[in-house]
Design a protein. Structure first.
Lengths: 112, 114
């Protein structure tokens, strides 16, 4: 199993550009989530999904959209990137709330 | 309000010393889950332990041990005889039951010096 994969590993965007961060898992996990990690802030939940077709907002959802059309994929979309979205983004999945969350390797995003 | 506080921003110890990482949480829920994760310099996040609010037994796994005390809302992590490979950022996290939301602390950077 590949576990949780994220692409790209690194991306530079200009302010106002859009992009999609990809996340996929091959463990048939129902629960998937997106976090951002900023220095001194820990990890903050952006959006999460408890199954295909079901998504909800986390702590810092503004500026991000998600959808979950399949169990395997949970892309994160930035519609109009801003410098404040410069961060490291982690995707995670688990088979349930109390189960272990498996994290992807992260995507480092720089918005100029 | 739900919150996780890791007051120790950075700790440095010499190899073979014992070190305790503190985690204090706030929640009004009676059922919740607590986690510890390790983030080594390579950047990935590694699960270490999960504890539910009804299980206050301390746990030991090799050189790692965890002390959960509901009375003080703390879930502290001790590394015995630290090693250089323990150098990492350690995160404590809280998930109230039924919410699917995880609240992470700001992390403690542990540096183990040879």
């Amino acid at each position: 199993n590949a576990g949780v994969t994220q692409t790209p590993k690194f991306q530079v965007l200009k302010t106002g550009q859009s992009m999609t961060l990809q996340c996929a898992q091959d463990m048939n996990h129902e629960y998937m989530s997106w976090y951002r990690q900023d220095p001194g802030m820990g990890l903050r939940l952006i959006h999460y999904s408890v199954g295909a077709g079901i998504t909800d907002q986390g702590e810092v959802p503004n500026g991000y959209n998600v959808s979950r059309s399949t169990t395997e994929d949970f892309p994160l979309r930035l519609l109009s990137a801003a410098p404040s979205q410069t961060s490291v983004y982690f995707c995670a999945s688990s088979s349930g709330q109390i189960e272990t969350q498996y994290f992807g390797p992260g995507t480092r995003l720089l918005v100029l | 309000a739900q919150k996780v506080t890791q007051a120790q921003t950075e700790i440095s110890v010499v190899e073979k010393e014992d070190v305790t990482l503190d985690c204090v949480y706030e929640t009004r829920d009676t059922t919740y889950y607590l986690f510890w994760y390790k983030q080594p310099p390579s950047g990935e996040l590694v699960f270490l332990i999960r504890r539910n609010s009804f299980d206050e037994q301390n746990e030991i796994s090799g050189r790692y041990s965890w002390n959960f005390q509901k009375s003080t809302s703390s879930f502290n992590f001790t590394i015995t005889a630290s090693q250089v490979v323990d150098s990492a950022v350690y995160f404590c996290a809280l998930s109230p039951s039924g919410t699917y939301k995880y609240i992470f602390g700001t992390g403690t950077r542990l540096k183990v010096l040879a």
